[in-house]
Design a protein around this ligand. Structure first.
Ligand code: VG1
Ligand code: CO
Length: 542
């Protein structure tokens, strides 16, 4: 029976960089998730009888919201829902499933790299029929709808069994519980030379993969251990847990410190990697060699032809604005275009759909390609392994050769977390006020050549996104970028991105902190971070 339930709008349901993310206790308010899901459906046209893909990263509340979404999809007229067994689908696997099943769209339940558990974060993201995150015009429409919604529709029925693979009926809608891993693993096998990687592993190459008790566990065990023959135990923290084992499932040097320490130990494996809550991010650490995500993007692009899926070469490379310019030099050498987009994967979708870019990446440990419309952690790891198998070199050798060819973009991101929102806004406002006067001035970073607030015009549909981050560029190509995070659930996080380029003949072996010190001081100076925030150190450096 379809019920129409009266409700009142919540005024805090604006999707951020990647969907709606809030504390679990906010999501637990009566009607909260229902309002958002109904607002998504109300913003879409023409899905009667169509397919919806549904799954999440297994965090606290995942199973409950899966049931709500199933019953609401049935009441709103979807014809079929494909749901991952146990409610599990990694973000890239969901993207693939939307594409391969010809679905109308998908709901991905995740707060990605944010922690999970009763006192932590939950999230809901809507992806469109190309498999990618809804573009801004859709998320804007969803937000507008959340502010006026007065009722939602839900099918009254017992909970659906989401743990047994098979088909059942919810009113007129069929529910297909599917294996969340198999199709995705097949897709990976179609892109990469599994025979060569398997031979490399059989020949003694060692790897460690940390799933951080998040969604990639089952995917990584199937792919690395079963299909590629790595020994059992290669995948660490392989069982998805509702609270990620109290860990923060963000694969960076702070939260994946165990892996980092292991990779720096005398008996380190040849290759280490980790992924985040929903499986779209990746951290790459070679034996005694950390690879920044921006460098990883550049190396993957420069060597993608080693993998069968990219043997014909790349159409173009896209990176988010704060991501370092390392990939730009690769694009230049390959003679292909380089696109600079705002932060967030939703901005890559149009470029990928139009065949303008093949590989995309972000400094926040996201890399991916046109095989899906999300960033993809395991994909990046497999491309690295394929390159290592083809080049028969270590990660450190590959990095050294890369820098010797292209020069090195020293890079770091400093995050100042849990700032009061008004203070963070004041800092950005003061910075914006100063922009006009900065060009030509000299500070510890050098001479400022330009300063602006990044705006992006999408080359495929001419849509414009403004205020995407303040950039201060220096005349030697160095830069400092400031923006506020759009994925947090408490207070504000200021992200400061610092980059300095050194050519192939320059000093390629400096410690990053040392190479960037003058620019870090300049950032402090220009934005008065300490004055506005009261913090004299960043909370996290990545
Ligand atoms: C962060 C990253 C951004 C990434 C986004 C979603 O956004 O900076 O590059 O696309 O998270 O990633 P923000 O607005 O907090 O800087 V995920 O893995 O959390 O979906
Ligand atoms: Co993620």
């Amino acid at each position: 029976m379809i019920q129409t339930v009266s409700t009142m709008p919540f005024n805090d349901q604006k999707p951020g960089t990647s969907g709606l993310r809030k504390k679990v206790r906010i999501f637990e308010q009566p009607h909260y998730a229902e309002n958002f899901i109904q607002s998504v459906f109300d913003s879409l046209d023409g899905f009667a009888g169509e397919t919806l893909v549904l799954g999440g990263d297994g965090r606290f509340l995942n199973r409950e919201v899966i049931q709500i979404a199933l019953k609401m999809a049935a009441a709103n007229g979807f014809g079929r829902v494909l749901v991952g067994q146990g409610g599990i689908l990694s973000t890239p696997a969901a993207s693939h499933l939307i594409r391969s099943s010809g679905a109308f769209g998908g709901l991905v339940l995740s707060a990605s790299h944010n922690p999970g558990g009763p006192d932590e974060d939950f999230g809901i993201k809507y992806n469109v029929s190309n498999g990618g995150p809804a573009p801004e015009k859709v998320t804007d429409a969803i937000h507008a709808r959340t502010l006026s919604i007065d009722s939602y529709r839900i099918f009254e029925a017992d909970d659906v069994d989401i743990d047994t693979i098979g088909v059942s009926q919810l009113g007129d809608m069929s529910v297909e519980v599917i294996d969340p891993v198999a199709d995705y693993a097949d897709l990976m096998e179609s892109l990469f030379d599994f025979t060569a990687i398997r031979a490399m592993i059989a020949g003694g190459f060692t790897l460690a993969f940390d799933s951080m008790s998040a969604v990639t566990g089952p995917y990584a065990v199937e792919i690395f251990e079963r299909r590629l023959g790595a020994p059992a135990g290669t995948v660490m923290n392989a069982t998805p847990l509702p609270d990620f084992g109290h860990h923060h499932p963000d694969p960076n040097l702070v939260h994946a410190k165990d892996l980092y320490d292991r990779m720096m130990a005398p008996d380190a494996p040849d290759f280490g990697a980790a992924s985040d809550g929903d499986g779209d991010r990746n951290l790459i650490i070679g034996r005694h060699c950390y690879v920044t995500p921006s460098d990883s993007l550049a190396v993957l692009a420069a060597n993608a032809h080693c993998a069968p899926g990219y043997a014909i070469g790349l159409k173009g490379i896209a990176r988010s604005m704060p991501t370092s310019g390392a990939a730009d030099r690769v694009a230049e050498k390959l003679g292909i275009p380089l696109y600079e987009t705002p932060t967030g994967w939703k901005f890559f979708g149009n470029l990928l759909d139009a065949g303008m870019a093949t590989i995309c990446g972000e400094e926040s440990a996201g890399t991916g390609s046109d095989h899906v419309r999300e960033k993809d952690g395991i994909w990046a790891v497999l491309l690295w392994l394929n390159i290592l198998a083809a080049r028969r070199q270590s990660v450190a050798q590959i990095m050294a050769e890369h820098w010797a060819t292209y020069g090195r973009n020293y890079y770091a991101r400093h995050d100042y977390e849990a700032i009061a929102k008004d203070r963070a806004d004041a800092l950005m406002a003061a910075l914006r006020d100063r922009l006009e006067g900065l060009p030509g001035t000299v500070n510890s970073g050098g001479t400022v050549s330009s300063a602006d607030d990044f705006a992006y015009t999408d080359p495929t549909d001419q849509s414009v996104s403004r205020n995407q981050g303040v950039r201060i560029l220096f005349d030697d190509g160095s830069r400092v970028v400031f923006r506020l995070s759009g994925t947090g659930t408490e207070g504000a996080t200021l992200r400061v991105y610092i980059e300095r380029y050194v050519g192939p003949d320059g000093d390629l072996g400096l410690p990053t902190g040392e190479a960037l010190a003058p620019l870090i001081a300049a950032a402090q100076d220009v934005a008065d971070i300490a004055g506005h925030t009261g913090m004299d150190q960043p909370s996290v450096i990545t």
